[in-house]
Design a protein around this ligand. Structure first.
Ligand code: MEV
Length: 310
């Protein structure tokens, strides 16, 4: 085999971002946006036909290669997940690239190995991370971390924290994503929260409260209680704002969606990126988001995870 193509979905975090970095519960869903990576053997590292410069560019790609005992390949990526949008572009890249590299070099291609490669890549690139984004982009569907519900997938530990990752059933729900158009790389925001938490007991209390809300939300989702789940999402957004990771544009899009939704919140690391609304009036929510300068997209869930493509 001299050329392998693999794809992986983007994600949205329903509840629990940031607090999950400290081992608290979280739940995330794969969405119908994907990245496709084609990998072939090469004597130098080529990314979309260009020679990768220095040793720090493309940290996710370099980390996956290192974990698989390789240094050079040619990789071509095509994606409809906007970069630094809170929708899992780097996690999906890491997962699809890991599957393609593993297949190319004849290594195991089980989900747990791919999720481990992708988590390592994210942790290395971000400086600190949970395995939430990489687990859901690998497995697809819905995954919960540190929640006493669902089928066990894998357990990962790093930096003094441990995450038990389970697969959870996702009832039919309609979500609208509102992308602010503001690029917000995750690493610096995660670092800001770390400093806040280190110096302020109040930040730790907020993180604990987000964990408690998430557990309640996972139960609400299991009972298909959309109204309760929506209220908890909105509460989660308020707590994330107090933690300092929202921004004016995210708040604007959340507030515009709320009268037409069960609940709305930022999704991902915040500071820009995207918000989500749980609604049964998706077209109207899309209009409200577009009117405030956001880019709306109706997303579907129940999406397959990482896979080989023709
Ligand atoms: C980013 O999508 C989610 C964060 O919780 C970081 C992480 O879990 O690695 C902010």
């Amino acid at each position: 085999m001299n050329k392998v193509t693999a794809s992986a979905p983007g994600k949205m975090i329903l509840l629990g971002e940031h607090s999950v970095v400290y081992g608290k519960p979280a739940v995330a869903l794969a969405i119908d946006r994907r990245i496709k990576c084609t990998v072939s053997a090469s004597s130098e590292l080529l990314v979309n036909g260009r020679k990768a410069s220095g040793t720090i560019a493309h940290p996710h790609i370099r980390s996956v290669l290192k974990d698989n005992g390789a240094a050079n390949v040619s990789v071509d990526a095509v994606t409809d997940i906007p970069t630094s949008s809170g929708l899992g572009s780097s996690a999906a890249l890491s997962a699809s690239f890991s599957l393609a590299v593993r297949k190319l070099f004849g290594r195991e291609t089980d989900e747990e190995s791919i999720a481990a490669d992708a988590f390592n890549a994210e942790y290395t690139a971000q400086g600190r991370a949970s395995p939430m984004d990489t687990s859901v982009c690998t497995h697809g569907g819905g995954v919960a971390l540190n929640c006493p519900i669902g089928r066990h997938l894998w357990t990962f530990s790093k930096g003094g924290n441990s995450w038990d990752v389970t697969e959870v059933d996702v009832p039919h729900m309609t979500f609208v994503v509102g992308y602010t158009g503001i690029h917000a790389p995750t690493g610096p925001i995660v670092e800001r929260v770390r400093k806040y938490k280190e110096h302020n007991r109040f930040a730790s209390d907020i993180i604990d409260e987000i964990g408690a809300i998430t557990l309640e939300g996972v139960q609400a989702m299991a009972k298909n209680d959309t109204e309760h789940l929506g209220r908890l999402m909105t509460q989660n957004h308020k707590l994330l704002s107090i933690l300092g990771v929202s921004c004016d544009q995210l708040n604007k899009l959340v507030n515009a969606s709320l009268p037409l939704s069960y609940g709305a919140k930022l999704t991902g690391s915040g500071g820009g990126g995207s918000m989500i609304a749980l609604t049964d009036q998706p077209e109207k929510v899309c209009e409200a988001i577009a009117l405030r300068g956001g880019v709306p997209m109706i997303v579907h869930t129940g999406i397959p995870g990482v896979r080989l493509e023709e």
